[in-house]
Design a protein around this ligand. Structure first.
Ligand SMILES: CC(C)(COP(=O)(O)OP(=O)(O)OC[C@H]1O[C@@H](n2cnc3c(N)ncnc32)[C@H](O)[C@@H]1OP(=O)(O)O)[C@@H](O)C(=O)NCCC(=O)NCCS
Length: 157
């Protein structure tokens, strides 16, 4: 089931932020990595701004995936009118279309809120995510070191 995140579930975002960090094979950063300022911007005071939208995927009462957006100065920032997003699905629940469903719901909601574009940053090496984003209509608009900046116009599909 895909649904909006409830405000009491905000704590879950930290878990999914950690999951969203692309980890090259064999390495796992410490959990405390999410306290870094450049990662805190994804979750701090979430729900207080217009572009703060989060959908979660629930299976058997457990949240197994989350996709959320906000206008923030993160790696995927394009301008102050364009929300950027974060996404992750727990390992055991991948390749079932959950991320695709989450992203579609999020994009629809942002379009309803009159946002014209949505952006994100993804590690070039993260081929699973790059493939997913391309399938959903995101285009590469810039390359920043090891990352790609991707963008989608909302309301195009
Ligand atoms: C990337 C991620 C969110 C995909 O979640 P998911 O629920 O498995 O994605 P979906 O099932 O909706 O996949 C949709 C499409 O994306 C592509 N894709 C997803 N995972 C893939 C993989 N491991 N290898 C190749 N293609 C993949 C495929 O084209 C897939 O369609 P298909 O299954 O019909 O072939 C998930 O792997 C994840 O959480 N990864 C770790 C965190 C992360 O990288 N987040 C993104 C940071 S920018």
């Amino acid at each position: 089931m895909i649904r909006k995140m409830k405000s009491i579930e905000r704590g879950e975002l930290e878990k999914f932020l950690y999951e969203a960090i692309y980890i090259p094979e064999g390495t796992s950063p410490p959990r405390t990595i999410i306290n870094r300022p450049e990662l805190k911007v994804y979750v701090e005071d979430f729900g207080t701004r217009a572009a703060d939208v989060c959908f979660v995927a629930e299976v058997g009462g457990e949240i197994v995936g989350a996709c959320w957006s906000r206008i923030m100065n993160d790696y995927g920032h394009i301008d102050d009118e364009t929300p950027s997003l974060a996404l992750s699905v727990l390992k055991n629940f991948r390749r079932r279309g959950i991320a695709s469903d989450l992203m579609k719901k999020l994009c629809t909601r942002l379009a309803e809120k009159n946002f014209k574009r949505v952006s994100l940053a993804v590690q070039k090496e993260n081929s699973a995510a790059v493939r997913l984003y391309r399938k959903l209509g995101f285009e590469i608009v810039d390359e920043r070191g090891t990352e790609l900046l991707m963008m989608k116009r909302l309301g195009d599909d």
